[in-house]
Design a protein. Sequence first.
Length: 412
Amino acid sequence: MKRPLNDRLIRSLSRPHDRSQEIWDQLLPGFGCRVSEQGTVSFFVMRRPSGQKNLVRLTLGRYPVLGLSDAREAARATLLTLQGGVDPRVRKAEAARAEAARQASTFAAVAETFIARHVATKRTASNIVSIIRRELIARWGDRRITDITRADVIALVDDIVDRGYPEAARQALTYARSLFSWAIGRDLLDRAPTDHVSPQKLIGPKRIRRRVLDADEIALLWRATEGAEAGYFGPFARLLLLTGVRRSELGRATWSEVDLGAGLWTIPATRMKSDEPHVVPVAAPAIAAELMRLLPMQGKGRGYVLGGGAIHYVRAKDRLDARMTALNGGKPIPSWVWHDLRRSYRTGLSTIGIEPHIAELCIAHRQRGLHKVYDQHKYDAEKRHAFAAWAQHVMNVVTPLPDKVVSLRKVT
């Protein structure tokens, strides 16, 4: 059926009918509308593309979402395209493929693949992923990875440094360099924009931390971590000081790693920087006391010793700093970070006379040189003595003996 399509006719068709029907527009050949039995009106065009044998029928949209005037305008454009020998469906498919390829080559897509295939198995994966998503994807996510330039990398580093986080800038540059190198290996990139970008020139030489808490600061920390109000953070700080482990090694510890009966905490190789298991003797009273303090909370957090395995290290440190400052008469102690407790532990072992090679083993550092090859002794007894001696030393610092009273207790 052919009729001049107008708004009045289209409105009248929008009602139930005995059967479906098609009406061709007399004003624009190849354009028409289809009416279903339920009264749904949809506009379409049909024409044979120039140089092709088969007719092409395309639905433009439904009334009233698509009005008649807009439908006729869309029909004219589509009919002209068909007259030119182009099937809009093919053009749409090509555009979709091009967009899919563009999306696959965006920095965000490549970075997420890098995370899944390369980063996920790393010991510090959560920290690496956090920096990549917060600093790199947030800045470059929608851009094609091939469009990122050396100037973009320099601007990224400068921005993080200007925010006051030079070490975070150094880490971001390190992970960006690793990501771009991985992309080159997968033929996603010809050259890395991080090439010839020097962290030393942009950020300055890497600052070597030497901070060690002195006896007064250790005593202050101990006081600030007393009581149930300290929650998980109190035992966390104390155990870092008493055992010398890294914050993540303690923060992700599970009760399945701890054998209180044998007095041992075995950190598996998968969680160690050295890729070797590390055994921490926890039989010393001070260490055991902190673990027992946490034991009633073990039902919370999927078996993690501390805070469900999701300790917010910055928030915990801020909370501890606030309590230490309050106990210190409102005067904060010089700036320190969690890792300084590990350095304080290692320095403390030397202070109390522990042999250097034993002290190194206590913080899971491998033996060096030929000792690494030929000396396969585990030094378990010596390590147990070192941990116990340090724990006793800390207790003497935080609860000093009265004047003229001599401790006759021998650490074994």
